[in-house]
Design a protein around this ligand. Structure first.
Ligand code: NAD
Ligand code: ZN
Length: 241
């Protein structure tokens, strides 16, 4: 099976990778379904929404500051490093991620398409200005823009639309992919989950890497049931040299 993965990567003309929260799990960043200590009693669907932010921006910001703290102190794992290496070798056309962390970039990946935004930026709800986040804000007080408007994390919340430009680029990449590797995503959040379907519609090959079965598994050409880091590094010889 891993031989097949290797062969697919080697013969691919336009290889893309789609990643989800599972790829960062090995860096110690919990997936939403993982559940974790302090915030265990909240469901992400209750905090990562525009309604929650209008109602109680302080609680939403405290949750994001905690997530930023974890993400910023985490290190890229072999999966991030392996995908970066594929790009460096000229084998990867595009890396598309649902993750809001910056571990792909810190592993060396360039031009990553962040479908769901990034924790490295805040956005003003009044004027739309974007401001880089170097360290998590200490809340309270709530972070505010120079215009006086409230700043929010520059991520896509439940019920919000993805950036049309980023989405268009991702679909263009999917339609041109003869091979797409889908790693660490439960493949239930659309439109991201439609990208592999777009690849199939154009006759491409979809390879899933996930320790568990997902709704994508039945239509994937190859399902590799193991953690992404292990699949990418050890078996493809893409570990750090
Ligand atoms: P998800 O829908 O991407 O599901 C996680 C998947 O990863 C599961 O199917 C699980 O079986 C799999 N997985 C777990 N460990 C793995 C490993 N080592 N290798 C490969 N696969 C592994 O993620 P979610 O938690 O349901 O979150 C949905 C959305 O929430 C994401 O699309 C993202 O926008 C956001 N989110 C982002 C981060 C992050 O940036 N790191 C973390 C949590 C949630
Ligand atoms: Zn502003």
């Amino acid at each position: 099976m891993l031989q097949e993965l290797k062969a697919c990567i080697e013969k691919a003309q336009h290889l893309t990778v789609l990643t989800g929260a599972g790829v960062s799990a090995e860096s110690g960043i919990p997936t939403f379904r993982g559940g974790d200590g302090l915030w265990n009693r909240y469901r992400p669907e209750e905090l990562a929404t525009p309604e929650a932010f209008s109602r109680d921006p302080e609680t939403v910001w405290r949750w994001y500051a905690w997530r930023m703290e974890r993400v910023f102190s985490a290190q890229p794992n072999p999966a991030h490093l392996g995908f970066a290496k594929l790009q460096e070798m000229g084998r990867l056309a595009c890396l598309i991620t649902q993750n809001v962390d910056d571990l792909h970039e810190r592993a060396g990946s360039r031009d990553v398409l962040h479908l769901h935004g990034t924790l490295r930026q805040m956005r003003c709800v009044a004027c739309g200005s974007r401001i880089p986040v170097h360290r998590p804000p200490e809340v309270p007080p709530l972070p505010v823009c120079a215009c006086g408007g409230l700043l929010r994390p520059d991520v896509v919340w439940f019920g919000e639309s993805l950036s049309p430009d980023v989405l268009q680029l991702a679909f263009d990449e999917a339609s041109r992919s003869d091979v797409m590797i889908v790693a660490g995503t439960s493949a239930v959040v659309h439109p991201a989950a439609s990208l592999p379907l777009e690849v199939k519609r154009h006759g491409g090959t979809v390879i899933e890497i996930n320790p568990d079965a997902t709704p994508l598994s039945s239509m994937a050409d190859l399902s590799i049931r193991m953690p992404a880091g292990m699949a990418i590094t050890e078996n493809l010889g893409l570990g750090q040299s």
